[in-house]
Design a protein around this ligand. Structure first.
Ligand SMILES: CC(C)(COP(=O)(O)OP(=O)(O)OC[C@H]1O[C@@H](n2cnc3c(N)ncnc32)[C@H](O)[C@@H]1OP(=O)(O)O)[C@@H](O)C(=O)NCCC(=O)NCCS
Length: 137
């Protein structure tokens, strides 16, 4: 799957994940600082990955672990600092929740301070755990 908007691209193609960039983006977060590139590589292999590009430069990453039926864990959503606050995070989440393997599943995530972003997508809860409503399945 891929989505385009102006000069930006979001793709779920794992071959396009720039492991060094993802490691650097995560290293600057409050949770992802201790992940060597080998761990990032294994993490990517076991997840549906979303990579955000401006031209050829990767400027964002996020991933989901799902059974593609009932349940999805959303994790490691991060946008390059210089690109934040312009709507890219919201577009990123729009694409993630619309992915055919994720759409309709109950989604769960943890975030310390970005609740406002995820509430726009039906998540509720607190900094310990946020989730969307359980689906019929
Ligand atoms: C969280 C993050 C991905 C948001 O990306 P972004 O491109 O800055 O987000 P947007 O510009 O699309 O913002 C979309 C909406 O979410 C809200 N939002 C974004 N970050 C927020 C935060 N930290 N706290 C509360 N609301 C937030 C914005 O206020 C905006 O709402 P509005 O349009 O009503 O003003 C980005 O700030 C980031 O990478 N932060 C560091 C990593 C992180 O904390 N990730 C989340 C933990 S899972």
């Amino acid at each position: 799957m891929e989505w385009r908007k102006d000069d930006y691209l979001i793709t779920d193609d794992k071959s396009k994940v720039q492991l060094g960039t993802v490691q650097r983006l995560l290293a600057a977060t409050y949770w992802g600082g201790r992940r060597p590139v080998e761990i990032v590589e294994r993490m990517v292999a076991g997840s549906i990955c979303f990579s955000l590009y401006h031209g050829t430069t990767q400027i964002g990453f996020g991933r989901a672990v799902t059974d593609s039926t009932t349940f999805t864990w959303v994790a490691d959503i991060v946008i390059e600092p210089g690109y934040r606050g312009t709507g890219l995070g919201q577009w990123f989440m729009e694409c993630l929740v619309a992915h055919p393997a994720i759409e309709g599943t109950q989604m769960v995530l943890q975030t310390r301070d970005a609740q406002g972003l995820y509430e726009k997508f039906g998540f509720s809860g607190n900094s310990a755990l946020m989730s969307t409503k359980v689906t019929d399945s």
